[in-house]
Write a protein that binds this ligand. Structure first.
Ligand SMILES: Nc1ncnc2c1ncn2[C@@H]1O[C@H](COP(=O)(O)OP(=O)(O)OP(=O)(O)O)[C@@H](O)[C@H]1O
Length: 259
């Protein structure tokens, strides 16, 4: 069964269509990246897919269930969401923020035992948060805080992780670590959908790219099949050199804006 299946999603606001007729399905074990220019509708599509916005048309199903019919807890058991804007920086210890990932199971800050404790411990180790565990979250750097939110999402152990620009605040080492973390999660059978702006990371780590432009899905396939100089020109208005190696690995170098 698909971890997420959206069909014909459409949504308008402010007198214009932000997402039009979007359909795709995510299978367990797949690492999919949603890419497209600023304002092309990626966050809106994700929010529709997770039931955080009500679509004008179409349906979204999480593990087979219509997302609009699920309670918050039922949704949290099926999908972990790492939003783009993460203003949460209360004067709260890091460990408590990560523990929030367990609320759907009845766990949480000060209530970590059994499976909840194990899941939090694993997420803390994977995101290298041990030295920060007892720091107050409002004293962290942007990148440190981003890793805390990532650990909260990982601690849910939900079969689907949806992350909106998870690497945006991270230095180059942690960008790769986060991508590797997601790749490991998919290796363990979870599905990951991540919005990513860095096309080098996208080409390197994604199994599949869903390309958005002006609210439409304009391409959907492997990096080797979809990452072409022509598509980069039409979607991002840049000139690029793209090379596909014998094993299907893709390297992309952006030369600059297209004329
Ligand atoms: N409630 C709303 N009313 C009017 N316009 C909206 C509303 N929500 C989003 N938009 C607009 O819809 C477009 C798509 O927004 P969205 O956040 O989905 O884009 P995005 O692809 O995620 O962009 P970015 O890469 O910049 O994060 C933008 O032009 C945004 O200003």
């Amino acid at each position: 069964m698909s971890a997420l299946h959206v069909e014909g999603l459409g949504y308008s606001a402010g007198g214009r269509a932000l997402v039009t007729d979007a359909s795709f399905a995510l299978q367990p074990g797949s690492f999919t990246m949603l890419i497209g220019p600023n304002g092309s509708g990626k966050t809106t599509l994700i929010r529709l897919a997770l039931g955080l916005l009500k679509p004008d048309t179409g349906t979204a199903r999480l593990a087979g269930e219509d997302v609009q019919r699920l309670s918050m807890r039922q949704r949290a058991l099926r999908a972990a969401y790492l939003p783009q804007s993460r203003p949460l920086a209360w004067p709260q210890p890091v460990i408590d923020l990560v523990a929030l990932g367990r609320f759907a199971y009845g766990g949480g800050p000060g209530r970590l035992a059994g499976d909840d404790a194990i899941a939090v411990e694993k997420a803390v180790a994977a995101c290298r948060l041990q030295p920060l565990l007892h720091r107050s979250a409002d004293t962290l750097s942007g990148g440190e805080l981003a890793r805390v939110h990532l650990a909260r999402a990982m601690a849910t152990e939900a079969p689907l992780i949806v992350a909106d620009e998870p690497a945006a605040a991270l230095d180059v080492r942690y960008q790769h670590e986060v991508m590797q973390l997601f790749a490991n999660a998919t290796g363990a059978g979870r599905a990951v959908l991540a919005v990513v702006h860095d096309l080098t990371l996208a080409a390197r780590y994604a199994d599949r790219l869903i390309w958005m432009s002006e609210g439409h899905i304009v391409a959907d396939g492997t990096p080797a099949d979809t990452m072409t100089a022509e598509r980069l020109r039409s979607v991002f208005v840049v000139e690029a050199d793209v090379a596909v190696g014998a094993s299907g690995d893709v390297s992309v170098e952006i030369a600059g804006p297209a004329a």
